[in-house]
Design a protein around this ligand. Structure first.
Ligand code: GSF
Length: 204
Protein backbone atom coordinates (compact mmCIF):
# COMPACT_ATOMS: atom_id res chain seq x y z
CA UNK A 1 0.00 0.00 0.00
CA UNK A 2 1.08 3.60 -0.52
CA UNK A 3 2.68 5.09 2.57
CA UNK A 4 2.77 8.83 3.14
CA UNK A 5 5.33 10.37 5.46
CA UNK A 6 3.86 13.56 6.79
CA UNK A 7 3.72 15.99 9.68
CA UNK A 8 0.49 17.52 10.93
CA UNK A 9 1.78 21.07 10.43
CA UNK A 10 3.13 20.71 6.88
CA UNK A 11 0.94 22.49 4.30
CA UNK A 12 2.67 20.51 1.53
CA UNK A 13 1.84 17.20 3.19
CA UNK A 14 -1.72 18.43 3.77
CA UNK A 15 -2.07 19.14 0.07
CA UNK A 16 -1.11 15.53 -0.67
CA UNK A 17 -3.42 14.13 2.02
CA UNK A 18 -6.37 16.09 0.63
CA UNK A 19 -5.56 14.95 -2.91
CA UNK A 20 -5.39 11.30 -1.80
CA UNK A 21 -8.74 11.60 -0.01
CA UNK A 22 -10.47 13.37 -2.88
CA UNK A 23 -9.19 10.74 -5.29
CA UNK A 24 -10.36 7.98 -2.93
CA UNK A 25 -6.97 6.31 -2.97
CA UNK A 26 -6.11 3.99 -0.09
CA UNK A 27 -2.92 4.81 1.75
CA UNK A 28 -1.20 4.50 5.06
CA UNK A 29 -0.19 7.58 7.04
CA UNK A 30 3.12 7.71 8.84
CA UNK A 31 3.49 10.81 11.01
CA UNK A 32 7.08 11.84 11.47
CA UNK A 33 9.31 14.83 12.11
CA UNK A 34 11.79 15.59 9.38
CA UNK A 35 13.93 17.28 12.05
CA UNK A 36 14.49 13.94 13.77
CA UNK A 37 17.64 12.32 12.30
CA UNK A 38 16.14 8.90 12.94
CA UNK A 39 12.98 9.68 10.95
CA UNK A 40 12.24 7.13 8.18
CA UNK A 41 11.57 10.06 5.86
CA UNK A 42 15.33 10.41 5.34
CA UNK A 43 15.42 6.98 3.66
CA UNK A 44 12.42 7.93 1.50
CA UNK A 45 13.66 11.41 0.59
CA UNK A 46 17.36 12.36 0.55
CA UNK A 47 16.29 15.98 1.00
CA UNK A 48 14.91 14.95 4.39
CA UNK A 49 11.57 16.69 3.94
CA UNK A 50 7.95 15.71 4.28
CA UNK A 51 5.90 14.81 2.34
CA UNK A 52 7.37 11.68 0.76
CA UNK A 53 5.36 8.79 -0.60
CA UNK A 54 6.57 5.20 -0.83
CA UNK A 55 5.00 3.14 -3.59
CA UNK A 56 4.04 -0.54 -3.69
CA UNK A 57 7.37 -1.49 -5.27
CA UNK A 58 9.30 0.09 -2.40
CA UNK A 59 10.49 3.13 -4.36
CA UNK A 60 9.58 6.59 -3.16
CA UNK A 61 8.59 9.89 -4.70
CA UNK A 62 8.72 13.52 -3.55
CA UNK A 63 8.06 16.42 -3.40
CA UNK A 64 4.38 17.32 -2.97
CA UNK A 65 3.97 18.49 -6.57
CA UNK A 66 5.36 15.27 -8.00
CA UNK A 67 3.26 13.19 -5.60
CA UNK A 68 0.07 15.03 -6.53
CA UNK A 69 0.79 14.62 -10.21
CA UNK A 70 1.33 10.90 -9.67
CA UNK A 71 -1.88 10.34 -7.72
CA UNK A 72 -3.92 12.42 -10.14
CA UNK A 73 -2.65 10.22 -12.98
CA UNK A 74 -3.05 6.80 -11.33
CA UNK A 75 -6.75 7.28 -10.59
CA UNK A 76 -9.29 8.80 -12.96
CA UNK A 77 -11.63 9.68 -10.04
CA UNK A 78 -12.12 13.46 -9.52
CA UNK A 79 -9.52 14.93 -11.84
CA UNK A 80 -7.58 17.57 -9.85
CA UNK A 81 -5.50 18.99 -12.69
CA UNK A 82 -7.36 19.58 -15.95
CA UNK A 83 -5.76 18.18 -19.08
CA UNK A 84 -6.05 21.06 -21.57
CA UNK A 85 -2.74 22.85 -21.50
CA UNK A 86 -3.93 26.37 -20.62
CA UNK A 87 -6.08 25.20 -17.74
CA UNK A 88 -3.41 22.80 -16.53
CA UNK A 89 -0.79 25.55 -16.48
CA UNK A 90 -3.19 27.96 -14.74
CA UNK A 91 -3.84 25.39 -12.00
CA UNK A 92 -0.15 24.63 -11.61
CA UNK A 93 0.56 28.35 -11.40
CA UNK A 94 -1.93 28.61 -8.53
CA UNK A 95 -0.08 25.76 -6.87
CA UNK A 96 3.27 27.51 -7.38
CA UNK A 97 1.83 30.69 -5.86
CA UNK A 98 0.32 28.94 -2.83
CA UNK A 99 3.36 26.72 -2.26
CA UNK A 100 5.62 29.75 -2.67
CA UNK A 101 3.75 31.55 0.09
CA UNK A 102 4.27 28.49 2.30
CA UNK A 103 7.98 28.28 1.43
CA UNK A 104 8.42 31.94 2.44
CA UNK A 105 6.52 31.38 5.67
CA UNK A 106 8.58 28.29 6.48
CA UNK A 107 11.75 30.39 6.07
CA UNK A 108 10.37 33.17 8.28
CA UNK A 109 9.28 30.63 10.90
CA UNK A 110 12.70 28.96 10.98
CA UNK A 111 14.40 32.33 11.31
CA UNK A 112 12.20 33.17 14.30
CA UNK A 113 13.29 29.95 15.98
CA UNK A 114 16.94 31.09 16.02
CA UNK A 115 18.28 32.79 19.15
CA UNK A 116 16.84 36.30 19.11
CA UNK A 117 20.19 38.06 18.78
CA UNK A 118 20.98 36.08 15.63
CA UNK A 119 17.66 36.64 13.89
CA UNK A 120 17.48 38.94 10.89
CA UNK A 121 14.38 41.17 11.01
CA UNK A 122 15.08 42.15 7.38
CA UNK A 123 14.98 38.52 6.30
CA UNK A 124 11.75 37.90 8.19
CA UNK A 125 10.20 41.05 6.67
CA UNK A 126 11.34 39.99 3.19
CA UNK A 127 9.64 36.60 3.54
CA UNK A 128 6.58 38.13 5.13
CA UNK A 129 6.25 40.51 2.19
CA UNK A 130 6.21 37.52 -0.18
CA UNK A 131 3.43 35.89 1.83
CA UNK A 132 1.35 39.08 1.77
CA UNK A 133 1.91 39.62 -1.96
CA UNK A 134 0.97 36.02 -2.71
CA UNK A 135 -2.23 36.27 -0.68
CA UNK A 136 -3.18 39.54 -2.41
CA UNK A 137 -2.65 37.82 -5.76
CA UNK A 138 -4.77 34.85 -4.68
CA UNK A 139 -7.59 37.21 -3.67
CA UNK A 140 -7.39 39.10 -6.94
CA UNK A 141 -7.33 35.90 -9.02
CA UNK A 142 -10.26 34.37 -7.14
CA UNK A 143 -12.40 37.48 -7.37
CA UNK A 144 -16.04 36.56 -6.91
CA UNK A 145 -15.74 33.28 -8.76
CA UNK A 146 -16.79 30.01 -7.06
CA UNK A 147 -13.46 28.23 -7.63
CA UNK A 148 -9.83 29.29 -7.99
CA UNK A 149 -9.68 28.06 -11.55
CA UNK A 150 -12.41 27.40 -14.07
CA UNK A 151 -15.81 26.00 -13.21
CA UNK A 152 -14.86 23.28 -10.77
CA UNK A 153 -12.83 22.25 -7.75
CA UNK A 154 -9.18 21.60 -8.65
CA UNK A 155 -5.72 21.37 -7.17
CA UNK A 156 -5.70 25.19 -7.26
CA UNK A 157 -8.34 25.23 -4.50
CA UNK A 158 -6.50 22.59 -2.50
CA UNK A 159 -3.19 24.49 -2.67
CA UNK A 160 -4.88 27.80 -1.86
CA UNK A 161 -6.76 26.35 1.13
CA UNK A 162 -3.64 24.68 2.52
CA UNK A 163 -1.62 27.91 2.25
CA UNK A 164 -4.31 29.92 4.05
CA UNK A 165 -4.49 27.27 6.79
CA UNK A 166 -0.72 27.43 7.19
CA UNK A 167 -0.84 31.22 7.51
CA UNK A 168 -3.35 30.82 10.36
CA UNK A 169 -0.89 28.46 12.03
CA UNK A 170 2.34 30.45 11.58
CA UNK A 171 1.27 34.07 11.05
CA UNK A 172 -1.95 34.38 13.03
CA UNK A 173 -1.51 38.17 13.18
CA UNK A 174 -1.98 38.45 9.40
CA UNK A 175 -5.67 39.31 9.15
CA UNK A 176 -6.18 37.94 5.64
CA UNK A 177 -9.83 37.20 6.42
CA UNK A 178 -10.49 40.85 7.23
CA UNK A 179 -8.52 42.14 4.25
CA UNK A 180 -9.81 39.67 1.69
CA UNK A 181 -13.40 38.60 2.44
CA UNK A 182 -13.56 36.63 -0.81
CA UNK A 183 -10.70 34.41 0.40
CA UNK A 184 -12.42 34.01 3.77
CA UNK A 185 -15.60 32.88 2.02
CA UNK A 186 -13.62 30.44 -0.11
CA UNK A 187 -11.65 29.04 2.85
CA UNK A 188 -14.90 28.47 4.77
CA UNK A 189 -16.39 26.65 1.81
CA UNK A 190 -13.31 24.45 1.40
CA UNK A 191 -13.18 23.78 5.14
CA UNK A 192 -16.53 22.00 4.90
CA UNK A 193 -15.08 19.29 2.69
CA UNK A 194 -14.21 16.22 4.78
CA UNK A 195 -10.72 16.02 3.24
CA UNK A 196 -9.98 19.56 4.47
CA UNK A 197 -11.62 19.14 7.87
CA UNK A 198 -9.79 15.88 8.61
CA UNK A 199 -6.37 17.29 7.73
CA UNK A 200 -6.68 20.65 9.50
CA UNK A 201 -3.40 21.68 11.14
CA UNK A 202 -3.18 21.78 14.95
CA UNK A 203 -4.23 25.06 16.57
CA UNK A 204 -1.09 27.27 16.73
C1 GSF B 1 8.59 21.42 0.45
C2 GSF B 1 8.51 20.44 1.63
C3 GSF B 1 8.92 21.10 2.94
O1 GSF B 1 9.35 22.26 3.00
C4 GSF B 1 7.23 20.04 -1.17
O2 GSF B 1 7.02 18.90 -0.73
O3 GSF B 1 6.40 20.62 -1.87
N1 GSF B 1 8.83 21.68 -1.95
C5 GSF B 1 8.57 20.73 -0.89
N2 GSF B 1 8.79 20.34 4.04
C6 GSF B 1 9.20 20.81 5.35
C7 GSF B 1 8.06 20.67 6.33
S1 GSF B 1 6.99 21.94 6.15
O4 GSF B 1 7.42 23.09 6.67
O5 GSF B 1 6.01 21.69 5.31
C8 GSF B 1 10.30 19.90 5.89
O6 GSF B 1 10.13 18.68 5.89
N3 GSF B 1 11.43 20.49 6.34
C9 GSF B 1 12.52 19.77 6.91
C10 GSF B 1 13.85 20.33 6.48
O7 GSF B 1 14.87 19.75 6.89
O8 GSF B 1 13.87 21.33 5.72
Amino acid sequence: MLKLYYSTTSPFARKVRIALEEKKIEYELCETSAWDDASPVHAANPLGKVPALTLDDGTSIYDSRVIVEYIDDVSPVSRLVPEPVRQRIAVRKWEALADGACDALVLATLERKRPEARQSPEWIARQRHKVEAAVAEMASELGERPWCNGESYTLADIACGCALGYIDLRAADFDWRGRFPNLARHADKLGKRPAFAESAPPKS
